[in-house]
Design a protein around this ligand. Structure first.
Ligand code: SF4
Length: 220
């Protein structure tokens, strides 16, 4: 039997069910995708990585043709190409990324989480959806006792993470390259999201994307 994405979550108890009903708009899109693409994952995308991770990369939400299709975060789309290449470059993964959950890649000391676990229309989440999914983000963080550093990919991930830790956003504003303290001696490092749009417009270059990873390894 092929590897199933849910089998890859190292924190299975923190994951929502395949049919999580909490966000009606996202449930509607999920059902539409299931009808149009019955061979796709089309469900909340589980976390992927090392249960002993010290570093968490927090993304926004699954991409339609990436994680929503394959079931593994950032897998199978343009954003994932840069993220997995960067993880490999910094020794945070082993195996060769192949854009599919059965490519055998394993993360070492790192895990990928998402602020929102279901595909949103046009890659845009609503505040109510971010709030609805935050308990799953918090449960994931709670299930990973060795986490000390977060890399937030974009403002939504940054804000959801800060809210998870009770940090006022007025005291921790998102900016690429910014660094903020979180309770318990943890830190969040901000980066623009590695989306195709940000890469194509050169808002984010590969060199810029490497900065928070270099910093995370310095802080470790
Ligand atoms: S985004 Fe999160 S809370 Fe909303 S339906 Fe999906 S898993 Fe449930």
């Amino acid at each position: 039997m092929p590897v199933q994405p849910a089998d890859l979550s190292p924190i299975y108890d923190a994951e929502p069910s395949r049919d999580c009903p909490r966000c009606p708009r996202l449930v509607g899109l999920r059902l539409q995708c299931r009808a149009e693409h019955p061979d796709w994952w089309n469900a909340p995308v589980p976390s992927f990585g090392d249960p002993n991770a010290w570093l968490a990369i927090v993304g926004l939400a699954p991409g339609k043709h990436g994680a929503n299709r394959t079931g593994r975060p950032f897998t199978g789309d343009y954003a994932g190409d840069l993220l997995y290449a960067t993880l490999e470059k910094f020794g945070l993964s082993e195996g060769r990324y192949g854009g599919s959950p059965d490519d055998g890649v394993r993360l070492k000391g790192a895990i990928i989480l998402n602020a929102v676990k279901c595909l949103p229309p046009q890659n845009k989440t609503l505040p109510a959806e971010e709030a609805s999914c935050r308990p799953f983000l918090m449960a994931s963080i709670g299930a990973l006792p060795k986490l000390t550093i977060f890399i937030a990919l974009g403002k939504v991930a940054h804000d959801s993470l800060c809210r998870s830790f009770g940090v006022p956003l007025s005291k921790a504003r998102f900016a690429h390259g910014a660094e903020h303290e979180l309770p318990g001696g943890k830190r969040v490092l901000d980066s623009y999201h590695c989306s195709r749009y940000n890469q194509n417009t050169r808002r984010l270059t590969p060199a810029m994307f490497e900065q928070p990873f270099e910093r995370a390894l310095e802080l470790r």
